[in-house]
Write a protein that binds this ligand. Structure first.
Ligand SMILES: [Zn+2]
Ligand SMILES: [Zn+2]
Length: 369
């Protein structure tokens, strides 16, 4: 049942609930900022941030340390999001119809984005990553994210976020639903999309957290984003859902150093092993990155040690069924060639012996990978 956004308090600015009916977008932005939610403008009538300046749009330009952000410009979308009222006033007065995005991570929000796209469901193994659905379960009526999330909640004996009346829920113009929650603790929840078979909560369910933004209700883009149900505030992220997010790879690895670059074909093998947000893919990316980084250290035996460790890890992942042996070997060769060009004979021997040793010790990287 859809309710209109109602006026539930007179003050449309500083506190309490959402601003009154049809507030200006600047007022929406101020309201968010007053709650400690950094905001950034969306292109008029669209769900995407306003365009970067030309310099920021150039290939190879990084938002890290970008002068535009430091100068208070809106380049780089959520990375430029602000709590500064003067900046908000300036941004939202430059042109009409700028929508409002909230940078979920710095706002400490986790938004569950449920889609209702009419698509053919994928294989049943990909509906709820990590949860095999027995052949005996009839999935005939399953068609969208409301259903997959409903199945997950039912399996856990919980209310689906789609039906969670205790928290802010926002109907999207395409019939989807955004369910807003407050994160608690120090977890840095990560974004995901439901079509990623490995790092996803459920098919047709995206997660918006660190690295993403949410569209504030009241914004209009191909239709209005409208609050449904009684709640006007995000509730605390339910424990069961936090547990599911952790299980499905929405937390950054605890002790893994900053990821090192991995050559492109080796990258494919990482993706085949589940990508960076799955434990197997992350473990493989970590050891491959260490091999690649030996490029900077042309002498010493660190290269042999790291390549041996990478090959051993890869062998374990192959034995554990996370990766094919051919893909593992090719990725190791590419990383090694990157670090020690033209030394195929030397590194080939290390790779073979490391792989063979690892194949005897199947690896199943778990929560503390
Ligand atoms: Zn710029
Ligand atoms: Zn920039």
């Amino acid at each position: 049942m859809t309710h209109e956004l109602v006026v539930s308090c007179r003050d449309s600015g500083q506190s309490g609930c959402l601003p009154a009916v049809a507030p200006s977008n600047a007022a929406l932005a101020r309201w968010c900022a007053s709650r400690g939610w950094p905001v950034h403008p969306l292109a008029p009538g669209r769900t995407t941030p306003v365009a970067d300046c030309e310099a920021c749009g150039r290939p190879g330009h990084s938002p890290d340390g970008c002068a535009c952000i430091q100068a208070g410009r809106w380049c780089h979308g959520f990375q430029a999001a602000t709590l500064d009222f003067a900046r908000i006033e300036r941004w939202w007065s430059t042109q009409a119809g700028l929508g409002v995005g909230v940078a979920c991570g710095s706002a400490n929000l986790v938004v569950i984005d449920i889609d209702a796209h009419g698509q053919q469901p994928p294989d049943r193994d990909r509906l709820l990553p990590g949860i095999p659905i027995p052949r005996s379960v009839d999935l005939g009526g399953l068609a969208n994210g409301f259903h997959t999330l409903g199945v997950l909640a039912a399996l856990r004996g919980e209310v689906s976020p789609a039906d969670d009346e205790t928290t802010l829920r926002v109907r999207t113009p395409s019939g989807g639903l955004h369910v807003w929650y407050r994160a608690h603790g120090s977890h840095r929840w990560q974004c995901s999309t439901g079509s990623d078979g490995h790092c996803a909560l459920a098919w047709q369910v995206d997660v918006r957290a660190h690295g993403g933004y949410a569209i504030v209700p009241g914004t209009v883009a191909a239709g209005a984003y409208t609050v449904v149900g009684p709640a006007r505030e995000p509730a605390a992220l339910p424990d069961w859902l936090a547990h599911e997010l952790a299980r499905t790879g929405h937390l950054p690895p605890a002790h893994v150093p900053a990821p090192r670059p991995v050559p492109p074909r080796a990258r494919q093998a990482v993706i085949a092993a589940g990508g960076d947000c799955g434990p197997a893919g992350r473990a493989f990316a970590g050891v491959l990155g260490e091999v690649t980084a030996c490029e900077a250290v042309p002498e010493g035996d660190a290269f042999s040690v790291k390549l041996n460790r990478a090959a051993y890890t890869a062998g374990g992942l192959v034995a554990g069924g996370h990766l094919s042996k051919a893909a593992a070997e090719q990725a190791l060769r590419e990383a090694a060639e990157h670090a020690r060009p033209g030394q195929a004979r030397r590194y080939g021997a290390i790779i073979r012996s490391g792989l063979d040793a690892g194949l005897l010790r199947p690896l199943s990287p778990g929560g503390h990978a």
